[in-house]
Design a protein around this ligand. Sequence first.
Ligand code: ADP
Ligand code: MG
Length: 235
Amino acid sequence: MTVLQLKNIKKTFGSGHKKVEALKDITFEANSDELIAIIGPSGSGKSTFLTIVGGLLTPTEGDIIINGQNISKLSEKERSKLRLKEIGFILQASNLVPFLTVDNQMKLLDKVKKENMSIQDVDRLCKDLGIDDLRGKYPSDLSGGERQRVAIAKALYSKPSIILADEPTASLDSDRAFEVMELLKNETKNNKTTTIVVTHDTRLISYFDKVFQMTDGVLENITEQVLNGENEWKK
Ligand code: ADP
Ligand code: MG
């Protein structure tokens, strides 16, 4: 099932000779049950792409359709509602609130999202992510890997249909990076989400169903090349 469609998306920052065309006419589709990588050099537009998909930034031109709804045509309020319900963000710097325990970070989400997860669902999520023992702790008491798992729990909270992750393994050693990818893969397959991961990390290639490369604001599907070993991201 097609969950996400981008049609002729352009994003321009600034104007005059300072103008930057961060995204140039991007058309893209993603289905439920798909784990997708976006690779590409720094400054090529990956974060801009992810932020636009997540509805945090509006495109200069083009349409974004999420579960059949054209979000470009929604009001700010409707868009923010859709974002809270359908989209889970995992950011580079894990977006934890420093003065709240892990449990209270999640309770805060109930307030923000205005829908409570059942206690059973929260328990299961914490068990699945291996953070059950950390629920009474503050972010400063957690290791990098633990913080990233809590950030993922927050993104998965209330079962979004789209999960967006910007370099989720950047600060992790190999074992932790594989663990995080394992979790994202399980979530994608078990809950039939669409998961898009921006990454530089060639260690992770085998986890993905599709690979796209961003070059200077242009997005290209390179899944075939990767599978055939014609790309640096060899199997
Ligand atoms: P990546 O994530 O691939 O490193 P970005 O999406 O962050 O790339 O940036 C793409 C281009 O858009 C870069 O040239 C960057 O400088 C520019 N850019 C991104 N955000 C802004 C902004 N808010 N204002 C002006 N330029 C921006
Ligand atoms: Mg970036």
